[in-house]
Every structure is written in C-alpha cells, then in structure tokens.
Design a protein around this ligand. Structure first.
Ligand SMILES: [Fe+2]
Length: 274
C-alpha cells in the first residue's frame, strides 16, 4: 500500500498496512457530492476505520454523514439526545464511575443485526490520554492457523447485552438483546472473512462444553489484541473516527481521569451476520 491512497477524489493516508487511514480533502460540514461519497465508502471498506481532523460538525452534519452510509440505528442500551435521538453523548469527567467501551468490543454485537459502523466525534479532549485503539478482525482471522480456521468455521457464539448494560442502568425492568452469530463472519460488502467474537458481549460457543468454550474464546480474545492488528488514534477537538463495526473491534482507554473527554456518536444500522 502506498503512503497515499486515492479513492476517487478522496485522499487516504494509511496509518498501518492493516487498519486505519486519515482522510484529507473532505469538508464534512457541507453536503457531500456522489464522487466524494464513493471515495469515502471505498476508503472505509479498505481501511476499516477512517479518521478526520478539524471537522467542526453539527449534529445535522453528523446525521447526514451517517445517513450517506445507511439507515441510522437507535442505541438499544443508551438513550440519545432529547432533540436528536440518533445522537448519543459520549462523556467522561471527574464524576464518572466508569466509561463506555473500556474493554475490547464491537458495538452492540448482542443485537440480532449489529451496527454497520459508528461515527464518533470528540469536542472536548483531555491534554493527554483518552486514545481509542482499533483492531482489524480481518488481520486476526488471517493470522490464525489453517486447522484453527477449519475448527472455527461451523461454530456460532452467543452475544449478550445483559451483563454489559444491567450494571449501568440497574433493575429498571428493561431487557437487553441476546443473539447468536457465526464465530467467523463474512463481510457483506468486501466478501472477506473476519473473526466476530469479543470479550465484552460474547459469552459462549454453544457447540462446545463450558470449559472448551472458555478456553477457545479466551485464546481468541488474546489473539485479537495483538498490537500488529491495531491502530491507535490520538484525539484532538473536532477529530472524527468512523469504524466498520463488522470487521473491527475497539477499546476506549480511560487514562485521563479526572479530566473531561466529551463527544457524540451516531450509529449506522447493519445486517444479520453470516
Ligand atoms: Fe464502542
């Protein structure tokens, strides 16, 4: 891969050979024309997570970008803003007892149709810390041995939202999704295979005994965390990260307490993994 990839009239600077690129030459505060959207879609599919700098987008700009990639999703675990139900505030400060997404995960894999992707913008960032790490599940799958790939081929896994969201919302009578997905899914647009288990939501491989399931899942979680599958993003105010939730995992690092980190997220709806 070259230092600069041209996707139509969009400039993408890869941050690693496997995952992540910074996009230049695009103004997300304006409606995007079709050639630019085509370039963004190509960069998104190739690099799996694309980053933008110095984009002071409004909620409307944020929603418009999301809608260019698909229908927007309402978060099944966290409420949106009163006037913009599809926009979720992401906020941590000196009063925070936890932050969302501290463990490696793909967003809402507990849903029957997990999101296609999420678009996160930060408005307030701490002087230091608060990076987000992203890991390529294509790279993770491709690095497995052939016997392990064959072993995983027919297996499914249970992804449960209950233990993730119950501690946050308490016993309010709400129920959270629980779904069964293939351990190895095929990306619906690229056709590439990727690993689709994560330590936040995945609880069990039902075809295996509890002991076997725990051992295989723990091995896969460790495998997915390899540094050479990753890119680490340093936020600035008005930076944006847009990740393909179907083929990546991410982790928000809470190493800036008691400082404030604040932004907004829009989620694009996805389809049933196969
Ligand atoms: Fe997340």
């Amino acid at each position: 891969m070259n230092a600069i990839c041209l996707e139509g009239n969009v400039i993408a600077r890869p941050l690693t050979a496997r995952i992540g690129a910074e996009i230049e030459g695009v103004d997300l505060t304006r409606p995007l024309d079709e050639p630019t959207l085509k370039g963004l879609r190509a960069a998104f599919l190739r690099h799996q997570v694309i980053f933008f700098r110095d984009q002071p987008i409004s909620h409307e700009d944020h929603l418009r970008l999301g809608r260019a990639f698909g229908e927007l999703a309402i978060h099944s675990g966290v409420a949106g803003l009163p006037d913009y139900p599809e926009v979720v505030a992401i906020h941590a400060d000196a009063d925070s007892k936890f932050v969302a997404g501290e463990n490696w995960h793909s967003d809402l894999s507990c849903n029957a149709e997990p999101p296609l992707g999420s678009i996160l913008t930060m408005k307030i960032v701490p002087d230091y810390g608060g990076d987000t790490c992203f890991s390529s599940m294509y790279a993770a799958y491709e690095a497995l041995s052939e016997p392990m790939r064959q072993f995983l081929a027919g297996l499914t896994a249970i992804h449960d939202g209950e233990h993730v969201y119950r501690p946050i919302v308490g016993n309010n009578g709400k129920t959270f999704p629980c779904s069964e997905h293939p351990v190895v899914r095929t990306h619906p647009e690229t056709g590439r295979k990727c690993l689709f288990v994560n330590q936040s939501y995945t609880t069990r491989i039902p075809q295996l005994s509890k002991l076997e399931s725990d051992a295989v899942l723990n091995m896969l979680y460790r495998h997915c965390m390899a540094a050479d599958f990753q890119v680490r993003f340093r936020w600035r105010p008005n930076s944006i990260a847009f990740w393909d939730n179907r083929c990546t995992q991410h982790q928000a690092i809470w190493d800036y307490f008691p400082r404030t980190r604040s932004g907004f997220r829009v989620t694009v709806a996805g389809d049933k993994p196969f």
